[in-house]
Design a protein around this ligand. Structure first.
Ligand code: TYM
Length: 333
């Protein structure tokens, strides 16, 4: 059955191996299935929920589009566009924010993490960000949304918002409740410096993540410096919960090589971390270096990237403006 796929990535710089293994790798597989209709969005309206330097933001929008293409998303098959070019996203988010309940948003763990201790100083946009995310998805009648594990709660909220809108306006099934596509394994890649924390764009330590623009020396150096424990490589998965660094590095290895965790454990059972790390560097470099080179090549051609985003926006706008007209009609405008 054909699927309607929608997903988004924030253009906030430092796209990393977690973004790739948790989400973008999946986008590419979905793009490659003939029947799927895919829309991949550079979510620049989401990016400004925290302060962005305008010149950097422009650069990061192009870099995110370049990353999609360099990773293997074909702009002729899938729609690649940036959110701010399609005004229906902001309009729909406003309407849905009048349907959503404050109590629902108060439960969002990502807001609590991002806002930190001083919630009073967080932007209103950061707080209502999941409503904009729901608007993104619902405007395209998406059936499936590929994301990493950290977006699960936002997708549950999206389903609640869709159901409440349909109930409030007596329009059963009008907004389609999407299914999350979260990989069963390896959907949360952790920091190379602290395996209790997610690998993140905003971690001040560049050594905590492999950026998709890193070259082979940078990748090798980061893996060499990645935190481990003093024991030899584990022999069974049951002890991994007590050895989070080993678990994270083995998960990265398994995800990049598309093999099960069990198989990776057997491959390195009892060996030294240094031997494992050498192999790990090798396979990450093999995967990421061509992407990194292609991103850098594409970034030199701003006109090409802008034309992809413009074309994509026109196609996205045709879908989203039709839906927002129907939404406005139901609301009574
Ligand atoms: P963002 O930009 O933070 O992340 C983009 C994608 O990468 C995944 N991801 C990870 N996966 C595994 N391990 C990690 N350490 C890791 N870090 C990030 C995220 O789960 C995500 O899939 N709110 C979204 C963007 C968005 C969106 C949407 C997504 C806006 N509208 C509509 C889907 C549908 C976000 O901030 O992703």
């Amino acid at each position: 059955m054909s699927k309607k796929i929608f997903s988004g990535v924030q253009p906030t710089g430092n796209l990393h191996l977690g973004n790739y293994l948790g989400a973008i790798k999946n986008f590419v597989e979905l793009n490659n299935k003939i029947d799927n209709e895919c829309v991949f969005c550079v979510v620049d309206l989401h990016a400004i929920t925290t302060k962005q330097e305008p010149k950097e933001l422009k650069k990061n929008i192009r870099e995110t589009a370049a990353t999609f293409i360099a990773s293997g998303i074909d702009p002729k098959k899938s729609i690649i566009f940036n959110q701010s070019m399609v005004s229906a996203h902001a309009e729909c988010a406003w309407i849905l924010s009048c349907v959503s309940r404050i109590g629902w948003l108060n439960r969002m763990t990502q807001f609590k993490e991002k806002a930190g201790k001083d919630k009073e100083k967080a932007s209103i946009g950061l707080y209502s960000y999941p409503v904009l995310m729901a608007a993104d998805i619902l405007l395209y009648d998406a059936t499936h949304v590929p994301v990493g594990d950290d977006q699960k709660q936002h997708l549950e909220l999206c389903r609640d918002i869709a159901q409440k809108f349909n109930n409030d306006f007596n329009a059963p099934e009008f907004l389609r409740t999407p299914e999350p596509l979260i990989q069963k394994e390896f959907s949360r890649i952790m920091s190379l410096k602290d395996a209790q924390k997610k690998m993140s764009k905003s971690d001040p330590s560049d050594l905590s993540r492999i950026n998709l623009t890193d070259d082979k020396d940078q990748i090798a150096n980061k893996i060499k410096k990645a935190k481990t424990d003093p024991l030899p490589m584990p022999s069974e998965s049951s002890i991994l919960s007590k050895r989070p660094e080993a678990e994270n590095l083995l998960s990265i290895y398994s995800s990049v090589t598309n093999q099960s965790l069990e198989k990776s454990i057997n491959e390195f059972n009892g060996k030294n971390f240094s031997e494992f790390k050498e192999k790990l560097s090798e396979i990450i470099i093999e995967k990421i270096e061509p992407i990194s080179k292609e991103i850098k090549r594409l970034l030199k051609d701003e006109r090409y990237l802008d034309s992809i985003l413009l074309e994509g926006s026109k196609k996205a706008d045709r879908i989203a403006s039709k839906k927002i007209i129907e939404i406005k009609e139901l609301v009574g405008f």
